[in-house]
Design a protein around this ligand. Sequence first.
Ligand code: GMT
Length: 356
Amino acid sequence: MSGLRIGIVCHASYGGSGVIATELGLSLAERGHDVHFIAAARPPRLGDAKNVTVHEVGVPTHPVLPSGDLGLALASTLTRLELDVVHVHYALPFAVSAALAGEVLGRKAPALVVTVHGTDVLTLGAEQAYAPMVRHALRRAQLVTAPSKFLALKATSLADVDVQVLSNFVDTTRFTPGAPAGRVLVHNSNFRSVKRIEDVLAIHARSGADELLLLGDGPERVNVENVIRRDGVRGVTLLGECRDVAPHLQRGAVFLLPSELESFGLAALEAMSCGVPVIASNVGGLPEVVTHGVNGFLHSVGDVAAMAASARTLLDDAPLHRTMSKAARDAAVSRFQLSPIVDQWEAHYRRLTRTP
Ligand code: GMT
């Protein structure tokens, strides 16, 4: 079967949407497709992969347009690439750019696939300033997907379109169980306020853990450092952004994700694949990933006392930890493995381009 020319549009970030887009594109390239990444910069998890083409979208500025316009520059790039399929990860601004490029190209337009990921439809995309454009773009797409039932419902109510659930996934051959380094807690995020990292610190302080590994970086970093100093929180290691997070996850006994909201929680899934049970908030799509009492614990947002008590239980009760660790790994392998989910993507692209 001939390979397709597939464009993947994503944020060049360590965030979950960029990770999923990158892993999907790399898998498609391994399967013989001609994969083009279109982004503001090279997505970090691509590393030095040579079997894909990266188009870094330049955004010219001018005194009359001081911050430039990524959305328009991206749309222009898309008109030049002669793609069969363009798959955008994030509605805003990418789906809008791709819809605009499609209007320019007319009958030569590639099939448009939009995967919404979170803030793009939950908050930012629902703002009056952007909602009409997001709605228009979702309606123009041949396929709109969301990684969880929770987000699919939200996207449907925003745009009144059919949204299919196609789950996020994890490479269970790379994210494998390691040797936990003792009473170690781990958290991995883009350090935005929605992640409630102060709760992560408070859970650590009350749990009796020896160490907390903080992976990632973002706007809350300075605040986190200040709280650590102010409250004398001990045993915290700030690792910053890491391209390969698996070795750090493998050191953990428990993964913490006490977010205000998550449409899915890819960071939790990567930890589960490493056999690390998760303690998270009972919100959004997290209950579709973590099963309370089986492979982790879910508590109300902000219930630091309950989360700390669950962490202490897992640190102190070795047989329970072993059972939950195995259940976490089993869930990742049985429900979220990369290959069968990439099969589903491929089938959608083939159907939309009507190639044999
Ligand atoms: O939308 C965001 O807030 C950022 C986005 C990202 O790029 O990481 O995160 C969302 O997409 C991830 C991948 O699907 C999900 O794992 C995250 O749960 C989701 N974040 C939120 O819903 C806050």
